[in-house]
Design a protein around this ligand. Structure first.
Ligand SMILES: [Zn+2]
Length: 108
């Protein structure tokens, strides 16, 4: 479960604010433009998961200096948006890279 303190209105943290909405993802991050460039999912566990949630999870893990720990079962399902049918593990990696960059920028 993505339950943790939320310190701002960052769109990327939308899911963390709604820990009980663990089914169909309703977050605006479904429409993140970054997700459009991700590869299509080839099926498997992550196929109907929200790539936005995966991206957000990767971002948070990197930004909070945690090791990568991708788990598709922890993600919300997705029925719409740019994150639909995307490779959620690639989304997680993208989020992780973005979070790492942000972390370095904030801590020069
Ligand atoms: Zn989501």
């Amino acid at each position: 479960m993505l339950v943790r303190n939320v310190d701002d209105g960052d769109i990327l943290r939308e899911c963390a604010r709604k820990p009980n909405s663990m089914s169909i993802c309703q977050s605006e991050h479904r429409y993140l433009p970054d997700l459009e460039d991700l590869p299509e999912s080839q099926g498997g566990e992550g196929r109907h998961k929200c790539a936005g949630c995966a991206y957000e999870k990767g971002y948070d893990d990197a930004f909070e200096n945690r090791a990568k720990s991708f788990d598709p079962n922890s993600l919300n399902d997705s029925q719409a948006g740019t994150g639909r049918h995307k490779d959620v593990e690639a989304a997680y990696d993208l989020g992780y890279r973005t979070g790492s960059k942000r972390l370095r920028r904030d801590q020069p």
